[in-house]
Ligand binder design. Structure first.
Ligand SMILES: Cc1cc2nc3c(=O)[nH]c(=O)nc-3n(C[C@H](O)[C@H](O)[C@H](O)COP(=O)(O)OP(=O)(O)OC[C@H]3O[C@@H](n4cnc5c(N)ncnc54)[C@H](O)[C@@H]3O)c2cc1C
Ligand code: SF4
Length: 559
């Protein structure tokens, strides 16, 4: 008789979704194996904020984050939309030519995934975001509402340690945030005054950053450099929260340097094993009762497409051709300026306040999809003197030195992130020519902005500029956005969940419609992106919900 599977659940990827799913399943008594292509990071040793050359690099990647995907040629730009082109004072226009530039899908390969260099924002989606199509007639609704996710949001917030406002009229809560809000930085107060002058409301931004010691982690020191990796490990990235706890159960092992190459479908609509390679190139197989894909919204569909076999010639879970469809990117705009008074924008937390006034999917009236506003100096990395000299203060020699002294620490910025509408031009497929070191086709990202996305970007830019001016910025020094550059920090939607197998890849509980032991637990599941909320908390909450479905299925032997 053949031996049983080596593990109950095999999870591919240990980022926001994979780590949360692993913890929940292990905490419920199941044996979990996580295969993670990247390494563990050691916060004290690997991040370099303490070094004099801290400004030279952003996140210290150990594996090339751009390996494994390419970006297909993007759309032509409309000469009538010149006001949305990216520029700065030193270099002028940042994207030459008339075509949108495919710059990067920003991600981190390692335990913790992309949360290792996230800014710590820990947002719940607006309750109306779950009904995008019902409210606006475009995009898709989620197959369940905010109430179904609320208990999972609460668990995720407690584990990552979220600091948030005492009251938030936009998002009902069944219990308060685990931690109080942070004190506001000087720059955030300046921005708050600008919002108030325009009659806009703001709240302390909910963040997975600790105002006091919590869960064995120390409080934040307000260095505002979360994107470079938090050396104190107080930021609630998935490595120091879910992954650490999952391993602590004694039932979860995380295999690092293990790149999953494909899944092996078998008879009776079940996946039998997965194949992975270790650093030495040797290939191995792992059998499990259940398989979970959580490799991010580009790699997860790639793995499904790479797993094509005689029983599923178009790819695993791709019976309706939906795998890779409905790709959603980050629709964003930032306006940065100099204030006559010093602002010290290089201190504090990266994003201390948020304005939700335009966030609901129908908030803009004639343009579907919402957006939010928040501070942008840290996110834009206009923090140290090198960034000022390269982007905000042109010139050379003595006069440059004088202008640098006058300008440094005066930057303030307003960032807007908005809804990204799924459309037929945005999808992930396999590149027909280019291959990775294992000989597998690369993922190819096709990203198209709809007319509604561009119209929303115009509203976002106009509002960001108005807030900047109302906050007292005397001169704009840099503006950039999604219109002329694909630069995605939030990606979603390539294995959409839904009730109809013709229009979705998984059921509402994350299980592939046809494949009884195959689940997805990352940003690929999102039917819509939300109106600019940062996604990691929602990804974690969804992954916890998927984990509960798996545990139920295993208990009833349905998986
Ligand atoms: C600069 C920046 C700032 C951000 N700020 C915020 C923020 O403030 N708040 C917020 O909510 N979100 C933020 N985000 C976005 C957030 O980090 C991501 O949306 C989130 O981490 C995505 O979760 P995921 O589980 O889908 O994928 P990931 O977190 O990317 O995890 C995928 C994992 O799979 C692994 N993997 C990939 N392929 C394989 C393979 N073949 N085999 C094995 N393992 C594999 C990867 O190494 C990775 O660990 C930010 C992102 C960036 C880049
Ligand atoms: S601001 Fe706080 S959470 Fe962010 S890197 Fe610095 S110490 Fe860590």
């Amino acid at each position: 008789m053949a031996a049983g599977p080596e593990t109950d659940v095999a999870i591919v990827g240990c980022g926001a979704g994979g780590a949360a799913c692993a913890w929940r399943l292990a905490a419920r008594g199941l044996r979990v194996t996580v295969l993670e292509t990247g390494p563990w990071y050691d916060p004290a040793r690997d991040y370099r904020l303490h070094r004099p050359d801290w400004e030279r690099g952003r996140f210290p990647h150990k594996l090339d984050p751009d390996a494994g995907y390419v970006i297909a040629p993007l759309q032509h730009l409309d000469p009538a939309r010149e006001g949305l082109r990216s520029w700065n004072r030193v270099r002028g226009r940042l994207v030459p030519g008339r075509r949108r530039r495919g710059w990067r899908y920003h991600r981190v390969l390692g335990v913790g995934g992309t949360t290792l260099h996230f800014s710590g924002e820990a947002h719940r989606l607006h309750p109306a975001a779950f009904r995008l199509r019902s409210l606006t007639g475009v995009g898709a609704d989620w197959p369940f509402g905010y109430d179904a996710l609320e208990p999972y949001y609460l668990i995720a917030e407690r584990i990552v340690g979220v600091s948030g406002p005492p009251r938030d009229p936009t998002r009902p809560r069944s219990a308060p945030y685990p931690l109080p809000p942070h004190p506001m930085s000087h720059a955030d107060r300046t921005l708050a005054r600008g919002l108030e002058r325009l009659g806009l409301a703001w709240l302390p931004n909910p963040v997975a950053i600790l105002p006091r010691a919590y869960g064995g982690r120390p409080p934040c020191n307000y260095c505002a450099n979360c994107n470079r990796g938090c050396p104190r490990a107080d930021k609630g990235s998935a490595d120091v929260t879910f992954a650490r706890r999952a391993v602590g159960t004694g039932r979860c092992r995380i295999l690092t340097g293990a790149t999953v190459l494909r899944l092996l479908p078998g008879p009776r609509d079940r996946v039998e094993a997965l194949e992975y390679a270790l650093g030495d190139g040797r290939r191995h197989r792992l059998r499990a009762r259940v398989f979970v894909l959580a490799a991010g919204a580009v790699e997860t569909p790639r793995l499904l497409l790479l797993s094509a076999a005689p029983v599923c010639p178009e790819g695993l879970a791709n019976e309706s051709g939906q795998v890779g469809r409905h790709f959603m990117e980050t629709v964003a705009w930032s306006s940065l300026g100099l204030h006559p008074e010093p602002q010290g924008g290089h201190r504090g937390i990266a994003s201390g306040l948020v304005c939700w006034d335009f966030n609901a999917p129908d908030a803009l009236g004639d343009v579907p999809g919402g957006f939010r506003l928040s501070p942008a100096v840290a996110e834009a990395d206009l923090m140290g003197p090198a960034a000022y000299a390269r982007r905000a203060v042109p010139g050379w020699g003595l006069s440059h030195r004088r202008r640098m002294r006058e300008a440094f620490a005066h930057a303030i910025g307003v960032g807007a992130i908005g809804e990204s509408l799924p459309n037929p031009g945005s999808f992930v497929d396999l590149d027909p020519e280019r291959r990775d070191g294992h000989g597998r086709p690369l993922a190819r990202i096709h990203a198209h902005l709809t007319e509604a996305d561009v119209a929303r970007l115009e509203r976002m830019a106009a509002t960001a500029r108005a807030v900047l001016e109302a906050a007292g910025a005397c001169e704009r020094v840099e503006e950039y956005g999604t219109y002329d550059t694909f630069s995605a920090t939030h990606v979603f939607g390539t294995c959409r969940m839904g009730r109809d197998p013709e229009t979705s890849v998984t059921r509402p509980d994350g299980r592939a419609h046809r494949w009884r032991n195959l689940y997805v637990a990352d940003a690929s599941l999102f039917p819509s992106s939300g109106g600019g909320e940062s996604p990691a908390l929602t990804i974690a909450a969804l992954a916890l919900r998927v984990a509960d479905a798996i545990a139920r299925a295993l208990a009833s032997r349905a998986a």
